[in-house]
Design a protein around this ligand. Structure first.
Ligand code: AMP
Ligand code: MG
Length: 204
């Protein structure tokens, strides 16, 4: 497979990338943290391709990326108060909240869990891609398992060329570290599952 690198500008560029996503293909794209390896988050077969391309163990759940809070809301079957507070404060931004999952999210996304990680990336290319696709985009970092998370399109190319059809080039990622992950599924408790760009103090 040839891997194209595209610096998206026009509406047609996003439409082309979105078509690949809707067809079940993988598209790498920039976020403010690191580059993501994206697939239609509601399509189990497309998400299976993420695990295959990365060599990722199938019990390691994927995070769903939403264009905005309205889309994020559709991915959960109940928004705990703490999650709503944190999203109001930090979305869009480098915070992933783990929420009770909506029924229509495939098991492969969550590794069989009844919860799902959701994030609204603060990056124009990511947002425009998700909006054009019209679906949440499941995306772990765009590297094969064990390799460092990529912060440029060239790093993605060096690792994944030949395995994916398209890399959207949005330049260098602002943060270069992963999003912080918090579990908000237990009412009244917020647990930090992975430290990252948003600190414990900021969450408190
Ligand atoms: P990444 O590989 O950077 O996309 O991060 C994905 C990580 O988020 C996984 O390895 C898990 O540690 C965490 N994660 C995703 N979904 C969940 C979930 N439903 N419950 C707990 N942790 C999750
Ligand atoms: Mg990763």
């Amino acid at each position: 497979m040839d891997t194209e690198i595209l610096r998206p500008a026009a509406h047609a560029d996003f439409e082309r990338a979105a078509q690949l996503i809707r067809r079940g293909e993988l598209v790498a794209f920039p976020t403010e943290t690191v580059y993501g390896l994206g697939a239609n988050g509601l399509d189990a077969a497309a998400c299976a391709r993420i695990y295959e391309a990365k060599g990722r163990p199938s019990d390691n759940p994927l995070i769903l990326h939403a264009a905005d809070l309205a889309m994020a809301q559709t991915l959960t079957c109940g928004m705990p108060a703490a999650a709503a507070h944190l999203l109001a404060a930090f979305a869009p931004g480098p915070l992933t909240v783990v929420l009770p999952k909506a029924h229509h999210i495939p098991d492969i996304v969550t590794g069989g869990l009844l919860t799902v990680g959701v994030r609204c990336p603060d990056h124009d290319v990511a947002r425009r891609l998700i909006r054009a696709a019209g679906v949440p985009i499941a995306a772990p970092s765009a590297n094969t398992s064990g390799r460092p998370s990529p912060t440029t399109a060239a790093m993605v190319e060096a690792d994944l060329a030949g395995r994916i059809p398209l890399i959207l080039d949005g330049g260098c990622c602002q943060w270069g570290v992963e999003a912080t992950i918090v579990d908000c599924t237990e009412e009244g408790h917020v647990t930090i599952l992975r430290p990252g760009a948003i600190t414990r103090e900021m969450i408190a």
